[in-house]
Design a protein around this ligand. Structure first.
Ligand code: ATP
Ligand code: NAG
Ligand code: NAG
Ligand code: NAG
Length: 413
């Protein structure tokens, strides 16, 4: 009989202890959650760039321009004539400094990996020479070396054209120093060299010091219903269902053009290893443009990246680029086993043509056929050797279906 109240007291005390523990845990949980939210907010916040940051960055750039340390074809418009006007600061901190501006009525983007000119490596050669007779061949060699490092490509001596043009005149030191700061930015090298060869890379408009200007485009967003904010492209008056459908089909066709082009039109295949809406943008004519090429590699560099030690296939994945593990020698294959088309089908086209359980986005003419073709394209697999043929077949089929859809839409009009 006695045992029971004792047991009860014990249980009661235990219960109180439990409550206390629970309350403590609850409080601790809140503290941790608040701290996490604070940190998250802090990091999100620090990536955003305030107008104050933006103005400070450009003011510093112009100060260095007026002191003669740097120069470029846009400096005069930015720092003196005020024809290049600051609009917003888009990105900051860990990533590149990305500023939106207006240049003679045209929206542009100013970019630099680092904020301050002097943070870039200094070209000591410039301190040694006093005359304008800078050793041109030496500089050309350095440019070629940098290109070899960044892109893994050998340039012939005369194809550094867009990266290095003969600089003479009163400000030649500032010109060479500015060029050298640009050469240290991989993305600048990439876009510059492909300028004349591809409509699917960003146009470079000009530069001032370490900042280079590119065309402003409509960038993609993963959370956007149509991935790209079409109302910015086709205009709000045309944002009806039919023009949305037509725009998506045109953009999809441009994605296919880009795949073809990157696979075949350069001396080496170009692999895109980070395919997501954010890394592409759309021009007014609905051309797809690669805007973030930090994860784009030409074949020789791709092979270097993939060829790693491995114990299984999962060791041979590099973002969207895979190869297979040769278990005998425990090395990943140097050859990429999947391809750009597959990943674009999987990560972009599926969102348009194979809508999930959520409400259908828009319905396309030939919707069932498109859905099936996209599904097959995304699931080509990378196990057997017929992938190449099946990719080609997929590409042809998608082209066909999209073109027929396009005609269908025009006929109904
Ligand atoms: N040409 C452009 N037109 C419009 N918006 C752009 C353009 N270039 C960049 N942006 C915007 O700025 C953002 C950051 O640019 P970018 O991706 O070049 O920087 P990053 O430092 O490489 O970023 P990430 O962290 O993705 O590597 C993009 O996500 C995009 O929203
Ligand atoms: C480029 O020029 C350098 C120096 O003039 C020379 O040594 C080299 O062989 C040249 N390379 C090519 C590919 O022409
Ligand atoms: C480089 O120069 C050679 C010989 O002058 C020429 O045949 C070749 O087309 C040039 N290449 C480029 C990319 O300009
Ligand atoms: C990969 O494996 C080789 C041979 O087994 C070994 O010599 C090498 O150090 C390894 N490399 C790395 C990066 O682990």
């Amino acid at each position: 009989m006695r045992g029971i109240p004792g047991w009860r007291r014990l249980r009661l005390a235990g219960w109180r202890r439990c409550t206390l523990a629970f309350l403590l845990a609850w409080a601790a949980g809140w503290v941790v959650l608040s701290a996490l939210l604070f940190l998250l907010h802090g990091s999100v916040f620090s990536e955003r760039c305030t107008d104050e940051d933006g103005h400070r960055i450009l003011a510093r750039l112009c100060l260095d321009y007026s002191s003669g340390a740097l120069t470029g074809d846009l400096c005069e418009d930015l720092c003196v004539a005020q024809k290049l006007v600051y609009k917003h600061c888009l990105y900051y901190d860990r990533g590149k400094k990305v500023i939106q501006a207006d240049w003679r009525g045209q929206p542009i983007i100013l970019k630099s990996k680092k904020e301050i000119f002097s943070s870039y490596q200094h070209l000591s050669m410039l301190d040694e020479v006093e005359t304008q007779d800078i050793p041109e061949t030496e500089i050309l060699l350095m440019v070629a070396l940098e290109v070899k490092n960044v892109l893994g490509l050998e340039l012939s001596n005369n194809s550094t054209g867009p990266l290095w043009t003969r600089r003479k005149g009163p400000h030649w030191k500032a010109q060479v120093a500015s060029m050298w700061s640009l050469i240290q930015q991989e993305e600048y090298i990439f876009f510059s060299l492909l300028q004349d060869f591809s409509k699917h890379v960003l146009r470079i408009i000009g530069s001032c010091g370490h900042f280079y200007a590119v065309e402003y485009l409509t960038a993609g967003h993963a959370w956007h219903k149509t991935l790209f904010p079409l109302e910015n492209i086709v205009g709000p008056s045309l944002a009806g269902r039919r023009s949305r459908v037509r725009a998506i089909i045109d953009i999809a066709l441009s994605f296919l053009d880009m795949v073809q082009h990157f696979d075949n039109d350069f001396s080496h295949r170009l692999h895109l290893c980070d395919i997501k809406p954010e890394n592409f943008a759309i021009r007014h004519d609905l051309t797809v443009v690669a805007i973030d090429v930090d994860m784009a590699f030409f074949e020789p560099k791709m092979r270097d990246i993939l060829e790693q030690n491995c114990t299984g296939d999962e060791d041979c994945n590099f973002f969207d680029c895979f190869s297979k593990c040769n278990l005998k020698i425990r090395r990943c294959g140097a050859q990429r086993a999947n391809n750009n088309l597959q990943v674009i089908c999987d990560k972009i086209f599926r969102r348009w043509f194979s809508p999930s359980l959520r409400e259908p986005l828009v319905s396309f003419p030939l919707q069932p056929q498109l859905q099936k073709a996209v599904q097959e394209c995304a699931e080509l697999g990378h196990v057997d050797t017929t992938v190449h043929q099946r990719t080609l077949k997929s590409l042809i089929e998608l082209y066909h279906l999209l073109r027929v859809s396009q005609q269908e839409l025009q006929r109904v009009e």
